[in-house]
Design a binder for this molecule. Structure first.
Ligand code: 5GP
Length: 204
């Protein structure tokens, strides 16, 4: 029996640079995982191609996909729907290939429920560590600015709970390198590969 691929979920707060990091990963020739192209009801931006960047759908079409159970997860984000096609994900994993999702946090929570064995990576904003630095050298920012940033930071830190790994997006190439290393390490996990060796003894 073919080993299943790994489902990799990259998520994190809005504006952290998930899309940029994902594009950098897929611009590398050695990247072996498959990007799951999402469905969305938002309008294409200049240069975006249907079936490459997204599958662009009307609200009616999207709601029909929800009704038919065709989405692994979906969320409404700034007035538009975004969702992951479930058949593509299952088929790719069953074929033994890794699937990479780049989605916002509400969707990641739904994937956690359906695929607890998936790998969840949280992309954290460097502003969190900058904030920490600023707090120790207090007096440089007005109190209300610090308070506002603390509130944002608190929400972002709470979001981290769901994830297996946290990668700070200080520099794109650092984040890409860390994500690749995490995926590689994850493939070496005993739980994932031990069965391969047990099967080997059985065919002898
Ligand atoms: P954008 O409109 O900038 O392409 O994407 C907006 C947000 O939607 C980003 O945070 C992106 O990660 C997220 N997103 C893209 N595809 C999906 C998806 O299939 N499901 C969910 N839940 N979020 C998505």
């Amino acid at each position: 029996m073919k080993e299943k691929g790994l489902l990799i979920v990259l998520s994190g707060p809005s504006g952290v640079g998930k899309g940029t990091v994902r594009k950098a990963i897929f611009s590398q020739e050695e990247t072996k995982f498959e990007y799951s192209i999402s469905m969305t009801t938002r309008n294409p931006r200049e240069g975006e191609i249907d079936g490459v960047d997204y599958f662009f759908k009307t609200r009616e079409e999207f709601e029909e996909l929800i009704r038919q159970g065709k989405l692994l997860e979906y969320a409404e984000f700034v007035g538009n729907y975004y969702g992951t096609p479930v058949d593509y994900v299952r088929q790719t994993l069953d074929n033994g290939n890794d699937v990479f999702l780049e989605i916002e946090v509400q969707g990641a929570r739904q994937v956690r429920e359906k695929f607890p064995e998936a790998l969840f990576i949280f992309l954290a904003p460097p502003s969190l560590s900058e904030l920490q630095n600023r707090l120790v050298t207090r007096g440089t920012e007005a109190d209300d600015i610090i308070r506002g940033r603390m509130e944002t930071a608190r929400k972002e830190i709470e979001m981290m709970n769901l994830y297996d790994y946290i990668v700070e997006n200080d520099k794109i190439e650092n984040a890409v390198e860390k994500i690749n290393s995490i995926v590689q390490a994850e493939h070496c996990r005993k739980d994932r590969i031990q069965q391969r060796y047990i099967n080997m003894l059985e065919v002898e």
